[in-house]
Design a protein around this ligand. Structure first.
Ligand SMILES: Nc1nc2c([nH]c(=O)n2[C@H]2C[C@H](O)[C@@H](COP(=O)(O)OP(=O)(O)OP(=O)(O)O)O2)c(=O)[nH]1
Length: 153
């Protein structure tokens, strides 16, 4: 006890091992096009990826998709639907279980804005049959496997 203040003994907490995170990525569809942006984050720098981010505590996948798209592009989305999930060991430090959601913009004429310029160089609509290169690794794997995010009917 010093000056009436209780001192807690110093403890050494062992470093916690890295854990997988949950990501949510959104196939935002407009006609035969999909919204992609060039990543500026360290993970997948300079590759084209879907809008998305990490699931926050208490969120549904659809809520996360809606929030991330709004935060990153300003677009309001609708008709959110679960598509699939993939397990992505991206590097020694990054392991993401990524949930893919399909959605459409409420207003097809609304332009996507680059609201997180430190993370994305800019958003644009790309024809699914003529995607830009290089795609972000997990997205490239999906395309190579023949995955198609568009509704079949
Ligand atoms: N944004 C995005 N994430 C993807 C895609 N494919 C894929 O597996 N993911 C996974 C890997 C990422 O580590 C994870 C989260 O996305 P992110 O890296 O864009 O996250 P962020 O920094 O914006 O996230 P946050 O912590 O700010 O929420 O989702 C994709 O096409 N786009």
């Amino acid at each position: 006890m010093e000056n009436g203040v209780q001192q807690t003994p110093a403890t050494t907490t062992p470093p916690s091992p890295p854990m997988p995170k949950v990501g949510v990525a959104v196939f935002l569809l407009k006609g035969s096009k999909v919204l992609l942006g060039k990543r500026l984050s360290a993970v997948g720098h300079s590759t084209f990826a879907l809008p998305g981010g990490h699931l926050e505590f208490g969120e549904s996948f659809e809520e996360c998709a809606t929030r991330e798209v709004k935060e990153e592009t300003g677009l309001i989305i609708d008709k959110t639907e679960y598509l699939t999930v993939t397990n992505n060991v991206i590097s020694e430090k990054v392991h993401t279980v990524c949930v893919f959601i399909r959605a459409v913009p409420v207003d097809v004429n609304q332009k996507p804005e680059t609201l997180e310029p430190e993370k994305c160089a800019g958003w644009d609509w790309y024809e699914w049959n003529n995607l830009p290169k290089p795609l972000f690794g997990p997205l490239e794997d999906m395309v190579q496997s023949g995955f198609n995010p568009f509704p079949t009917t």
